[in-house]
Design a protein around this ligand. Sequence first.
Ligand code: GTP
Ligand code: MG
Length: 259
Amino acid sequence: IYRSTSSTTLPSFLLVGPSGAGKTTLLTLFERGQHAETRTSQAPLVVEVSLPVSTKAASSRYRSVNDPSNQFHKKFLLADTPGHGKLRHHAFDSVIKPQNLKGIIFMVDAADISVWHSDTGNDPLRQAAEYLHDMLLLLQKRFTSSKTSKAPKELPVLIAANKLDLFTALPAPLVKTALESEISNVRSSRTKGLLDSGIGMNELDIGEEKDWLGDGGDGKFEFSQMDEVNVAVSVAGGNVLGADGPDSKELGLGLSWVL
Ligand code: GTP
Ligand code: MG
């Protein structure tokens, strides 16, 4: 029974992902019902937001309309984090911190990851994959290093392919496969990095078990491999800009799925 809506009991969602993905734009949309100019974030920001009454959480499907938990779920905390490579510790800290964390939204710019900038050598897909790899590895460790016999509760991770309003954007299913195969590359180059650094084979064995993302096999990484460590990854596409409010269809980012 939740009589008070003190912020410690509110379910919270964490927004992570590379710089420029649209995280703060989404937060602003939830907070004000409209989007506003954003600039690149330098600090995390947590706001209390509520879903419009018309929005039904996927989990409330089988609940009666009068169920008080329907009310409870409409308010939640949304935590925005900076995407810049040097500021990602904020996002990693937020995962470890004990709280009522209900889900993580990893947002990517679906148009950006489809290009490789040959002039600067900047590879947005690689960068997104490295960030996501590290985030998923952290969640995997949270499960494998859990001391108690009770494993951590299932945590949904929604990969939000944003900016689908841009015609160069990759559709969500392609964002999924692109990230999966790039994460496979990240995974093997991390291991190769360890070998090159002259770490003995014995040490590597230990390291490998702990730092190898996904199932033990050396095949391709797939998000479904995260099921084993109670992390349910799904991918949805949408666009924050051009959406009229957090319940609008264009947003399509499946927040209600996470709830
Ligand atoms: P950091 O704070 O640096 O981590 O980035 P961020 O993820 O918070 O990005 P932000 O919300 O500041 O958005 C970056 C830019 O993308 C802004 O100019 C937004 O207007 C734009 N943007 C956000 N969502 C969309 C979208 O759905 N479509 C298009 N076309 N542009 C968008
Ligand atoms: Mg931001």
